[in-house]
Write a protein that binds this ligand. Structure first.
Ligand SMILES: Cc1cc2nc3c(=O)[nH]c(=O)nc-3n(C[C@H](O)[C@H](O)[C@H](O)COP(=O)(O)OP(=O)(O)OC[C@H]3O[C@@H](n4cnc5c(N)ncnc54)[C@H](O)[C@@H]3O)c2cc1C
Length: 283
């Protein structure tokens, strides 16, 4: 198993900020994950996917990191009823696989630059769909460090949230193929186009910084409504293409990001009495 020590975490997040990691483990198989059980069980150990929803503090991360990006990328059809994916498979690869096989319901995952494991953890979503919509079973590492396969009914999930009370990590997933939904040719391309038009996808960001406070109130619209010139703190600025995306101009730090987050939170609260909740995970 690859192990890296004393490495900048900027390389491991899409917003490219953060200090150093003491150690990152890269398991490739279920057995290696089992071997890492005692490490994964440590309170301050963190699982890392593609780092597309994470920022690390400038002082770095003290605990161990276990990154699932090198997990053997298994992706397959199981009969006609399920698609299996290991946690390290990228959402884009998964979406394209389903699309090629004319399986509907996963097109939205294409533009999400994370892993399937990260998508399960965040209940990532777009275009009215969420990662947990079609989950049948998930293999997890439980609090005892054991790998167990559980039915979806054992999980508690909601908008961008999954209860982790009994879970340390998501290892793989069986999605059920919804035979009642019709496959729509061109849908994946349409989503791509919509995304390109409305989001700064090629800049250094972590996607949406805040969760939408309500179904019909977007955090982006609230931030937009604050008005003002290009909002910036240090090297982090608010995208004018999508106000819920905070961009690193290359010189940004985690402290800049946290300051800008706090400023916006306070202003939104003052104006609308709404307490925005962070979607980005800052460690
Ligand atoms: C340009 C851009 C567009 C985006 N668009 C969307 C979007 O449309 N919808 C959306 O919901 N999000 C979006 N995001 C945010 C992000 O891509 C998703 O939240 C994604 O699911 C995170 O996956 P990841 O593998 O990068 O997880 P990471 O960022 O590495 O981790 C996120 C959290 O999940 C935990 N985690 C990761 N993998 C596992 C695992 N296997 N088991 C347990 N915990 C784990 C981490 O500890 C961390 O707490 C976007 C981000 C960017 C940069």
């Amino acid at each position: 198993m690859k192990i890296i020590k004393n490495i900048s975490l900027k390389k491991y997040t899409t917003i490219k900020i953060g200090g150093k990691a003491k150690i990152i483990y890269f398991p490739e198989t279920h057995n290696e994950i089992k071997d890492l059980g005692p490490i994964i069980q440590k309170k301050d150990t963190l699982i890392l996917g593609n780092g597309s929803n994470i920022a690390f503090k400038d002082k770095g991360y003290d605990g161990d990191l276990v990154c699932f990006k090198k997990l053997r990328k298994s992706l397959s059809l199981i009969g006609t009823g399920n698609i299996y994916a290991s946690a390290g498979v990228s959402c884009a690869r998964f979406a394209k696989f389903a699309y090629r096989n004319e399986i509907p319901g996963f097109e939205f995952l294409n533009g999400i630059p994370g892993t399937i494991g990260g998508a399960l953890r965040m209940n990532a979503g777009a275009f009215g769909h969420e990662a947990w919509d079609n989950v049948a079973y998930v293999t997890i590492v439980n609090k005892k460090g054991e790998l167990v396969k559980l039915h979806r009914s054992k999980f508690d999930f909601s908008y961008r949230k999954v209860s982790m009370k009994k879970i340390l990590a998501f290892i793989d997933v069986y999605f059920k193929i919804n035979k009642k939904t019709k496959f729509k040719p061109g849908l994946l391309e349409k989503y791509n186009k919509d995304r390109k038009n409305s989001q700064p996808i090629n800049q250094w960001s972590s996607g949406c910084i805040f969760k939408n406070p309500k179904k019909n109130i977007s955090a982006s619209a609230l931030i937009d409504d604050l008005g003002g010139e290009k909002r910036k703190y240090g090297g982090i600025y608010i995208s004018n293409k999508h106000c819920n995306y905070f961009i690193n101009d290359g010189s940004g730090s985690c402290s800049d990001l946290e300051k800008l987050i706090n400023i916006i939170k306070k202003e939104i609260y003052k104006k609308h009495k709404i307490n925005l909740e962070k979607e980005i995970c800052i460690y």
